[in-house]
Design a protein around this ligand. Structure first.
Ligand code: GCU
Length: 362
């Protein structure tokens, strides 16, 4: 049944790269397809990533310790370029005495700790560390490209493949990864990246591009995130909607695909496939019609074959569309569909933590 559903989407084949032989092995994937999808997605959708600049780091302890269970430090990243500078504060919170513990690099809507989407105590109790940043400290969620990190890199008007805001947010999570790798509290092989909705899109991009992330938890990322855009479901967000409301999330080239999804040389399964052979967890909610659960699910089905090249199962699910309460975590791609609305809930975090534990315990 799922094969039929996928056929209705007429997706570009992950293994067919224009002008090259068809990909049949992991080596072909790594030398031909992966660089191609990476380039196409940046050039046509998110914009090119800014060059890496090494920030000056300053660490300050915070006395709040969550009933003595955790340590909390503020880590500031001072970036300097062309006579300008911008400092991004991030919060590092980890179980007291942690050594080699799994971590979430987390991109938040809100500056508060904990925030409505970030239940710090539950995550610490789950044995995970958190390294969190509020998006607006990186660059604000608007069309102002003089703001924050964007202001360091901006040169003139935005054209073609210029970095969009999603790519700036993704870039920052990689700088946080650079720092986390210097800390003995973190298990270098168990650092993932997590985010909800627009930040679910950004973290999927981050994990697709930065292979040091062992896993990604992309919650209800929807259009231009995990959801396929060809033949989307009724009521779901389209490229026309997203480019009409928030064109600055993307590069100007993406506008070419408004009402023209079939002309995209890619679809969102290509982004998900770039995470192979690592772990990707996609969370969805039944009432999130705008986020298009079914198209996110089918993206998992379509991306799975990239994992198969590594001799891995990829996405394991019954041969049917998902129903409320489904949690599929047997393969490297995890998917859940919970009851309720668009939100990053306690239940979502519990499922992500259990899924990550499952692979760490293997
Ligand atoms: C809007 C937008 C979505 C986005 C969501 C969010 O609804 O259309 O694409 O995911 O905001 O970030 O909450």
């Amino acid at each position: 049944m799922l094969e039929k559903e996928l056929a209705k989407r007429s997706l570009p084949d992950l293994f067919c790269v224009p002008g090259k032989k068809t990909v049949t092995t992991k080596d072909d994937w790594e030398s031909i397809a992966r660089p191609y999808w990476r380039r196409i997605l940046l050039q046509e959708e998110y914009g090119m990533l800014p060059p890496v600049i090494e920030p000056e780091i300053c660490v300050k302890a915070n006395a709040i310790n969550f009933a003595g269970k955790a340590m909390w430090e503020e880590v500031s990243f001072k970036f300097k370029r062309n006579g300008k500078e911008h400092t991004v504060p991030a919060q590092l919170i980890y179980p007291k005495g942690a050594k080699g513990c799994p971590f979430f690099v987390y991109l938040d809507f809100y500056p508060e700790i904990p925030s409505i989407y970030l239940p710090v105590e539950e995550i610490i109790d789950g044995g995970f560390g958190i390294f969190t940043v509020c998006h607006k400290d990186v660059t604000k969620d608007n069309g102002d490209f003089t703001d924050g990190l964007a202001g360091l890199f901006r040169e003139g008007d935005r054209t073609f493949d210029d970095t969009g805001k999603i790519a700036y947010w993704a870039y920052m999570t990689s700088r946080m990864m650079d720092y986390l790798l210097t800390r003995e509290e973190a298990d270098k092989n168990a650092i993932g990246v997590a985010g909800h909705s627009r930040y679910g899109k950004a973290v999927l991009l981050a994990a697709a591009l930065d292979e040091r992330f062992s896993f990604v938890c992309s919650n209800e990322s929807g259009c231009s995130g995990a959801a396929l855009s060809r033949n989307r479901c009724k009521g779901a967000e389209a490229i026309r909607d997203i480019c009409g409301a928030v064109p600055y999330w993307f590069c100007p080239n993406y506008l070419k695909y408004v009402d023209n999804e079939d002309k995209q040389p890619f679809d969102q399964h290509c982004l998900l496939a770039l995470v192979a052979p690592r772990r990707a967890y996609i969370g969805t909610a039944v009432e999130d019609i705008w986020g298009d659960t079914e198209s996110q699910f089918l993206s998992c089905v379509a991306a799975s074959k990239a994992w198969n090249l590594y001799g891995k199962a990829g996405f394991v699910s019954p041969d049917r569309l998902p129903v409320c309460g489904d949690v599929f975590t047997d393969g490297e791609i995890g998917f859940h569909l919970r009851a309720g609305e668009h939100f990053l809930s306690r239940l979502d975090w519990q499922i992500y933590m259990q899924s990550v534990r499952k692979f760490l315990d293997k």
